[in-house]
Design a protein around this ligand. Structure first.
Ligand code: 4AD
Length: 458
């Protein structure tokens, strides 16, 4: 009788265990017996031998059905995505043959799980996720396209990157907090607020947790959060979502330069930890073969220098005119500049008028703020940060200038009353970071179920 097979995940097989025992031993022909569960990723029938590649979210395994197993009704009507259990023996792949992770399972038993059979014919998964289907149809079928190799590779990298952020924030001694998503204050301007009725009172979905993070500094020291932010973006671009994952941190008793050094450290350490996992590194290399962890320090360019650079390179502003000081550098111009320079850039010292109310002015040039955008080739801005105004009077004047009623911000203003301090922070768009790292054309492919104007399904 055969020993009971052990149940395993497809990536849990140590290649050393898989090797056939050396010839000469009594059971030399026997390898390790395993039982695997998964879905049929692909299969082919080659001269009466059926090769099934199973997928379980941890890995792929080539399983070989021969003899009677290759002739059953279930084998002959097999379809992709069908859930199966396969039991058999691990063997080395014959010389010249290829299989995922260089291993294969020779089956002596299998079954299709109850309710596990996927449809064939018109409803077959291959018809549902055809690359030539129009993008909207594919997005309607995101629950199925997610099963594809590239879509899931991005999700694997996302999981690793998010975990790395948590690790790195521990390295730099930031505490994690979880600010509210339902709020009554704006952070980044009224134009992109999602408004809703909160028991009869007006409220918004948060645009950023920044203001709440600032209130944590006195009790918790440096803090971070990884939460959703919401923006009612009315334009459809490849880097804007209505709901995105926002990695934000806030640091106390720092200078603007400290903020930039911290940002470089966090981003580079996250990339180092992510790339230290050989499986994740292999996925990234496949999607983005030229990827290299950026050198520190990043290039630093002041906004005013960027304007000069854009004029020199004849890159016009949104109205088609040469840029002038005070212009918002639009997405297209920003991307062209970043792609031409082709390395990470800290773009700093934006004019007061084009930045949010809370930003600290540069003591050496009051026209500009101690602010930073981190720009990456291929994507453009992935981080926005600044020092925060910490003078009470100055903040009140800023509300006035921006026409914002300060009343709902009483708790934010109180921070300037009870022991104010020089502090600053930033927000990083996780989907944009991933679009850059995985060389994806759009942030929509870097989240599980993208939300943008016109899409809230599935
Ligand atoms: O530059 P933003 O608007 O800055 C803030 O929200 C600050 N309050 C953050 C802070 O200092 N704690 O947004 C920060 C980042 C952007 O650089 C971008 O990566 C991302 O958030 N982001 C978006 N990502 C996807 N879709 C959108 N609609 C986004 N809006 C901003």
């Amino acid at each position: 009788s055969l020993p009971t097979p052990t149940k395993i995940k497809l990536d849990q097989i140590d290649p050393a265990v898989v090797k056939l025992r050396k010839a000469g031993e009594t059971d030399a022909e026997k390898g390790t017996r395993v039982r695997v569960f998964g879905r049929v990723h692909r299969f082919r029938n080659q001269k009466g031998v059926v090769f099934v590649t199973l997928r379980d979210g941890y890995g792929f395994m080539q399983c070989i059905l021969t003899g009677d197993l290759a002739k059953t009704y279930d084998t002959l009507t097999l379809t992709r995505e069908t859930s199966m259990e396969i039991v058999g023996e691990m063997r080395e792949v014959p010389e010249g043959a290829h299989a995922p992770d260089n291993r294969e399972l020779h089956a002596d038993y299998f079954r299709v799980l109850p309710h596990g059979k996927a449809p064939g014919g018109e409803d077959a998964i291959t018809n549902m996720v055809q690359a030539k289907a129009d993008p909207q149809t594919l997005l309607d079928r995101r629950h199925l396209t997610l099963r594809g190799e590239t879509a899931s590779a991005v999700m694997f990298v996302r999981d690793a990157v998010e975990f790395a952020f948590h690790q790195v924030y521990k390295e730099v001694r930031c505490r994690k907090v979880s600010p509210p998503a339902l709020v009554q204050t704006q952070v980044e301007g009224g134009a992109t607020l999602f408004k809703f009725d909160y028991y009869g009172e007006p409220a918004f979905l948060t645009q950023s947790s920044q203001l709440y993070l600032e209130t944590c500094l006195p009790s918790m020291g440096d803090v971070y959060c990884i939460e959703k932010s919401f923006r009612a973006e009315k334009s459809l671009t490849r880097r804007h979502l209505s709901e995105y994952t926002h990695v934000e941190a806030e640091l106390d008793f720092i200078t603007f330069d400290d903020l930039l050094v911290h940002l470089e450290e966090v981003m580079c350490r996250v990339l180092e930890l992510t790339m230290a996992d050989p499986k994740i590194a292999a996925l990234i290399k496949e999607m983005n073969p030229d990827f290299q962890i950026p050198q520190r320090p990043f290039m630093r360019i002041k906004y005013s220098e960027a304007i000069d650079w854009l004029i020199e390179h004849e890159i016009p502003n949104e109205d088609g005119h040469p840029h002038t000081f005070g212009d918002d550098i639009a997405e297209a111009a920003e991307r062209r500049m970043t792609d031409m320079i082709n390395r990470p850039i800290f773009l700093t010292h934006f004019p007061v008028e084009i930045k949010a109310f809370y930003m600290q002015k540069d003591p050496e040039d009051k026209r500009v703020t101690e602010s930073v955008d981190c720009l990456m080739p291929g994507v453009g801005e992935i981080v926005g940060g600044s020092m925060r105004m910490f003078d009470y009077e100055e903040l009140m004047a800023a509300y006035e200038r921006e026409g914002i009623d300060p009343k709902p911000y009483y708790w934010y203003i109180d921070q300037r009353k009870y022991g104010s301090s020089p502090h600053g922070g930033y927000g990083l768009g996780l989907e944009r970071f991933l679009a850059w790292l995985c060389k994806q054309h759009t942030v929509r492919d870097c989240c599980l179920y993208p939300r943008y104007m016109g899409r809230c399904t599935p």
